[in-house]
Design a protein around this ligand. Sequence first.
Ligand SMILES: Cc1cc2nc3c(=O)[nH]c(=O)nc-3n(C[C@H](O)[C@H](O)[C@H](O)COP(=O)(O)OP(=O)(O)OC[C@H]3O[C@@H](n4cnc5c(N)ncnc54)[C@H](O)[C@@H]3O)c2cc1C
Length: 499
Amino acid sequence: MKKTQVIIVGAGPTGVMLAHLLGQKNISVILIEKEADIFPVTRATHLDAETLRNLQMTGLINELKEYTQSITYFDVVDKDGKTLFEQALANQDTVHHYKDDCFFDQVYFEKILRKGLARYSNVELIVGAEAIDMIASGAEVKIGLKTSKEGGITEVTGDWLIGCDGGRSFVRETMFPKMRELKPPKDWILVDTALNNAEDARLLPDRFRYYLSDERLTAYAHGFGLNRRWEFELNEGETMPEEAVIKSWVEKFIDLNKISFLRIKKYTHLSLVTPKWQENNVFLAGDAAHLMPPFAGQGLCSGVRDAVNLAWKLSDVIQNKAKTDLLNSYDTERQVQIKHTFNQTHSLMQILLADTKVQKWRRKTQLQSIQLLPPKLKAFLQKSFSNPKSLTIGCVAITSKLCGQHLPQFVMAENRLSDDEMSYKWALIYAPSIFAKEGVSLDIENIHLIPSADIWEEWLKANKIDFAFIRPDKIIFGAGKIHNWKSVYEEYRKWEISN
Ligand SMILES: Cc1cc2nc3c(=O)[nH]c(=O)nc-3n(C[C@H](O)[C@H](O)[C@H](O)COP(=O)(O)OP(=O)(O)OC[C@H]3O[C@@H](n4cnc5c(N)ncnc54)[C@H](O)[C@@H]3O)c2cc1C
């Protein structure tokens, strides 16, 4: 039997991201994956700028970026090909350093991320082992494994367990309440293809597009490299059509000789969320905790957000740098943020899905009206629509300035990125002359102290603040003028983060 501090069940994007972050914190991790190999066809196609920034925390962003390509536009066209709505997704005004939403190849991402785990001697990945049994006593968790390897490990014990085992999560089914259904399920047909020749790329749009036709809503994603995807809505009562019929739908967009079909699959859009993200020493993250229709392309992005939110809290508690209360803030914070993400997704669905003639007329009119909004207002709406809300609850000094917002990421000397310099740790950016003048000494453990200069000095000045306390996930815990320091520091001490 193997023993570890943290067991992670499921080596999808969420589980692997958590393993990286806990690995960096010197926590011993066993990551269990039932499949022997990575699923060979990409599932997610879209990543947002914040997720790229979060993935940067693995130290592998340069390799990952090789498998991304910026999404120029998202648009909606009517049955005659007339554009009803168009939104640029490149060159956006974000604080994350990355400016574009992008298409990416999930298969290569997973390969790079899994391979990167070899850098941590404290992280062990066991593939071909399915968690089939679980006893959680409160003090420790025992997982029974069905392994495909003769003589393989059949049991692991850990102090903590994170269920990252996807939509049909065994961990969730074993010890969490039923998920809440936020919208009824809806069937779609998913068609993944690859262009046979790169030169034929010009035959299809370079973007993410919805086609409105009388028969069904159709989504098209350019995808990374040669990948091209169509998703066809199934109408009420419609069953899975013959493959030839589905191929004839694709033929309306491209000559079938120019593509190879990778998979054709019925896929049910679900809107489900767990009412609880933690039960004693067991957590849920990623699709195990939330399943959303892919309208806003946020499933994987949200799983990565879960990982970035949870890993530092868990490692601070394990390493006795924080009270276990800190872990409650994972549930509190992610509940609020995921609600916003579901709202984004559902509002897009509400605009785009239409069955009756009246609904279709409403859809067209609504899209055209949004398109006619003044560009500044449209940009403002896009920003407030896409950004996860600032935290106003959880591990933040609620009354202080900028609290709960993302710290901007800057390019520093020698083209280094500021998040890389700060790493996945607590940091305090402060104006040294002001702290010295007021006689405030900063004798704080476990915090990366950053006396402001150059870009940080400008940023503090622009925000009329003398300091900013930054969480490892780059969320501002609290900030303010020197006279606010004591109260923000006291708030921080409540979590006993540095005892
Ligand atoms: C068609 C489609 C389009 C999508 N588009 C987007 C998009 O554009 N953008 C986006 O952000 N998201 C998108 N998503 C969602 C995204 O793919 C998922 O949210 C993401 O893969 C979830 O990652 P995860 O690690 O939480 O779960 P998963 O990727 O499901 O990984 C779970 C892992 O756990 C393993 N496992 C399960 N049970 C056990 C067990 N008992 N023991 C051991 N291992 C186990 C599984 O084998 C799997 O490897 C899309 C999804 C689909 C299907």
